[in-house]
Design a protein around this ligand. Structure first.
Ligand SMILES: *Cc1c(COP(=O)(O)O)cnc(C)c1O
Length: 298
């Protein structure tokens, strides 16, 4: 499904859009947006890049079920479900919480695409990385491939090299959201025209996110330096503030850029603050990675 011959709707390389926001000092930088949100009409941008490797190498040979974990709005479960439907694979989604009778638009899509949904209590869900628990689940549901939450797994990092390759000119800083760390880790182990990576934590996770990324890059080399900033996660994951909501609406109106408060809006608001605080050397080129995620905001 990822090859452009069979899927004319896949847009690669994703467009690079120059923006000129009216923020203080913004005119001192060249700011672009890497529009990964436009890669595919259904699969969220960075999930597309993470699943790509899996898609090309593993999915065509699988006989059993492909399963993964996520919340009720998960872009990852959504992308995986669609991908499995395309390959005619049995997909199982382990969802945190019980949405019976109160299905989100994301869950409705999964049901429509034939995914088997299993609601897990918060306690069960918290065991999603525990080996013993995973073995039990795998046996009970005849799972062949169990993908970690967010689709972040060392095997999937290779898919991010493609993003480096799409930058034909040097970029001093690429700014992007960090949740399960896979996108940042994938970009860190690969290399190209991006000189520095600045991950913005979208959840409260000082140290935790660092360890996730460190674990993901462990067997590889860091080829592109990265830092993670924790100052802009606001109230935590998927929690907006009136200021952030307002910022998302203004951005859409002024820059013609659709953003949502969970990932892209939060990161862009962080970028605005960084620029206004002169965090970057004037004259730098800055790219903002729009990872998609608009389905989750429905
Ligand atoms: C999953 C997701 C992220 C977070 O990426 P990680 O690799 O999990 O850190 C960012 N943006 C969007 C739109 C996502 O769906």
């Amino acid at each position: 499904m990822f090859s452009s011959t069979t899927q004319p709707s896949t847009q690669l390389p994703s467009p690079l859009q120059v923006i000129e926001p009216d923020w203080r000092y913004a005119q001192d930088y060249r700011i672009t947006v890497k529009r990964d949100d436009l890669i595919h009409p259904i699969i969220s941008g960075n999930k597309w890049r993470k699943l790509r490797h899996l898609d090309e190498n593993l999915l065509p040979n699988i006989k059993g079920a492909v399963a993964s974990f996520g919340g009720g709005y998960s872009n990852h479960l959504h992308a995986l479900s669609f991908c499995c439907k395309q390959h005619g694979l049995h997909n199982i989604a382990f969802i945190r919480g019980n949405y019976t009778g109160n299905e989100t638009p994301m869950i409705k899509d999964l049901l429509h695409w034939g995914t088997h949904i299993v609601y897990l209590s918060k306690v069960d869900y918290s065991q999603r990385d525990c080996g013993e628990y995973l073995t039990t689940l795998s046996r009970r549901y005849d799972i062949e491939i169990l993908i970690p939450e967010g689709g972040s797994h060392t095997e999937h990092l290779a898919g991010l090299q493609g993003l480096h390759n799409e930058f034909t000119e040097p970029v001093d800083h690429l700014i992007l959201p960090v949740a399960s760390g896979g996108t940042l880790a994938g970009l860190a182990v690969s290399k190209g025209n991006i000189r520095n990576l600045l991950g913005i934590a979208v959840l409260k996770g000082q140290d935790y996110l660092e360890s996730l990324v460190t674990r993901l890059v462990a067997e590889h080399r860091v080829n592109t330096p990265y830092t993670i900033s924790h100052e802009y996660c606001l109230r935590g994951y998927a929690k907006s503030t009136p200021e952030l909501d307002r910022f998302c609406i203004d951005t859409e109106n002024q820059l013609g850029l659709p953003v949502e408060p969970v990932y892209s809006g939060k990161v862009l608001m962080a970028l605005k603050a960084l620029i206004e605080n002169r965090a970057f050397t004037p004259g730098s080129t800055i790219a903002f990675l729009h990872t998609g995620g608009l389905q989750g905001a429905r």
